[in-house]
Ligand binder design. Structure first.
Ligand code: ADP
Ligand code: ASP
Ligand code: MG
Length: 444
């Protein structure tokens, strides 16, 4: 039996009726014999749901209706409209509750956010049906099972695998194309959760791993993973091949094109991930697989991430003792705060945080360990390439390029495919542009 193939379409690939039509053509032409479709909320919808802007939300719901009227048969469009008309008062009631009960907020927000994908997926299923494919809408909350960390839930892998297989395999066996929303999930008790912003990529990878897919395709609005964020470096260009390690580092350190957790399930099962442009499906895109082309000295890409805070804890107690680092990291553990980059010297530890919600409480606990300093408004720059491993002098070249920019917290990841450092947020765009110019100008 042929292996299924996962095709994931981001919000930018389902903005309007023309985009939905492009998606239908891609599923038909590129889905292989057993496609499974994962789709995000229409562009802008999750933002509107989470901000609770009711007028804006109404306009977005009308946009769904416009797509349905353009592309579906009149009875199918009427069926979808019914669903839309049910969603409007339900959403209004949920938004009222959000105003009235701050305690219920995180769980309620997930419930509200879930409507984006819960409307996009049936609309896409009906669109594919109208284009001649036999499809079935599947509620992703019946497939992806998570813990109760609302807003950024962690999937429970054995349960997710079991539910996904039992929901989707019978449909595939009947020759149907399952269509499910990304990003949304549910706890074992059936409460809606979400996988974190941009999480539809992760859904696609989880589904791909559960079904032992032959490929996970991420369809977006750029022609693959580019050598830098195109919003900062307009002449950034697509990278034909990346290793899992390279892609994971790029995603983790800011390349928004892939959700940071996407690569892990694919790596575990050795499933290739392909990133393609739904507006230019003929473009080759990027293939992420176990082996990439390694050219010594080759920098593959530069990622960056803003909104970073650096925390430094200095203490002579570190010198020649043990237990200090454990005590330090226990503070972050207790406050469930993720640390991205860490460097240590004999007498100090520096680390970066993205989420500073618990920083005031953590600072007072850290002060028991040493002198604490906090530097907000920082950014991480991450230079990635398998070739970095074996290339002497590359660090010198990187730092010479940004020599007049204040660099702190330099770290070469354990996998040695990345070199990561921190700069002031105000200068990060300049740093990325200069590095791109230094490493990519003129090359083919
Ligand atoms: P989707 O709606 O398809 O999930 P996203 O907006 O989440 O799309 O991701 C695609 C965007 O990621 C691109 O339009 C681009 O602006 C941004 N991006 C940031 N860094 C990179 C990079 N290195 N390569 C490609 N895209 C990047
Ligand atoms: N719709 C969700 C978001 O905007 C998930 C995604 O786009 O991947 O975050
Ligand atoms: Mg995305």
């Amino acid at each position: 039996m042929e292996r299924p193939r996962i095709l994931k379409f981001g919000g930018t690939s389902v903005v309007d009726a023309a985009a939905f039509e492009r998606v239908a053509a891609i599923v038909r032409d590129r889905g292989g014999p057993r496609p499974v479709v994962v789709v995000s909320a229409l562009a802008g919808v999750t933002d509107a749901l989470l901000s609770g802007a009711r007028q804006e939300l109404d306009a977005h719901l009308d946009r769904h209706d416009a797509v349905a009227r353009r592309l579906l048969t009149p009875p199918a469009a009427a069926r979808f409209r019914k669903e839309l008309e049910r969603a409007r008062p339900d959403l209004a009631a949920l938004l009222d509750r959000l105003d009235g009960s701050p305690d219920a907020r995180v769980a309620l927000r997930d419930e509200i956010a879930s409507y984006g994908e819960r409307l996009a997926a049936p609309l896409l299923a009906a669109t594919l049906e109208a284009a001649g494919l036999a499809t079935r809408y599947v509620d992703a909350r019946c497939c992806i099972v998570t813990d109760e960390t609302h807003g950024r839930a962690t999937p429970l892998l054995p349960e997710t695998e079991r539910s996904t297989r039992s929901q989707l395999l019978p449909l595939l066996d009947e020759g149907l194309v399952p269509v499910l929303g990304g990003y949304i999930a549910a706890t074992g008790r059936g409460k809606a959760t979400t996988l974190g912003r941009g999480g539809s990529d992760y859904t696609a990878a989880l589904v791909g791993a559960a079904l032992a897919a032959d490929e996970i395709q991420i369809w977006t609005d750029v022609s693959g993973v580019l050598t830098a964020d195109p919003r900062v470096v307009p002449d950034a260009r697509p990278i034909p091949r990346l290793s899992y390690r390279e892609a994971a580092e790029l995603a983790y350190f800011g390349a928004k094109v892939l959700h940071p957790k996407t690569i892990q399930p694919a790596t575990d099962r050795g499933i290739p991930v392909r990133i393609c442009n739904s507006r230019a499906p003929e473009d080759p895109g990027t293939l992420v697989a176990a082996e990439a082309d390694v050219r010594p000295g080759a920098v593959k890409a530069i990622a960056h991430k803003t909104g970073i805070t650096v925390v430094q804890v200095a203490s002579t107690r570190m010198l020649g003792t043990y237990g200090f680092l454990r005590a330090l990291f226990e503070v972050f553990d207790r406050h469930r705060t993720i640390v991205d980059v860490v460097t240590t010297s004999e007498v100090s530890v520096s680390l970066t945080l993205e989420d500073t919600t618990s920083l005031p409480a953590m600072t007072s606990e850290l002060q028991a360990l040493g002198e604490v300093s906090v530097e907000p408004h920082r950014a991480i720059v991450c230079v990635v390439g398998e070739g970095l491993r074996s290339t002497p002098g590359i660090a010198a070249r990187i730092f010479a390029t940004v020599q007049d920019i204040n660099v702190s917290l330099i770290s070469q990841g354990a996998s040695r495919v990345n070199l990561t450092f921190v700069v002031e947020e105000a200068r990060v765009r300049e740093a990325v542009r200069r590095l791109h110019q230094a490493f990519f100008a003129g090359a083919p």
